[in-house]
Write a protein that binds this ligand. Structure first.
Ligand SMILES: [Zn+2]
Ligand SMILES: [Zn+2]
Length: 115
């Protein structure tokens, strides 16, 4: 997997995805994040993912899309409301009212402190 930005969570303690400097690519500044749709900013960190889609003739093709690392984690673990038991899975209404990007940053913090 290609990654961009500073290594996370820190330069010394790298997550397996950003272990190899050979896989590091330039930050795709201005391209929309696959998950939150907000443009990647100069100092953002993330990965480049292959995404499958169907063209107008129904043929399968793959494109590569950048995404924020925080948004990618959220896509795996779920929203903050989900993690804290405030979503439809628990039969409750969401409470956070955050945008996807804000929620992803909140989830990132939650994961760092809860493991
Ligand atoms: Zn994002
Ligand atoms: Zn849920």
């Amino acid at each position: 997997v290609k990654w961009f930005g500073d290594p996370w969570p820190s330069d010394e303690l790298r997550a397996s995805v950003c272990e190899s400097p050979n896989d590091r690519v330039g930050t795709p500044e201005g391209e929309p994040c696959l998950w939150c749709d907000e443009p990647i900013a100069e100092n953002d960190r993330g990965v480049i993912l292959p995404v499958g889609d169907l063209d107008s003739d129904g043929r399968f093709f793959t494109t590569i899309r950048p995404c924020h690392i925080e948004c990618n984690v959220r896509s795996v673990v779920g929203s903050l409301d989900h993690l804290t038991g405030h979503c439809s899975c628990s039969g409750k209404e969401p409470v956070s009212g955050l945008s996807s990007r804000e929620d992803a940053l909140a989830v990132w913090d939650w994961v760092q402190s809860h493991g």
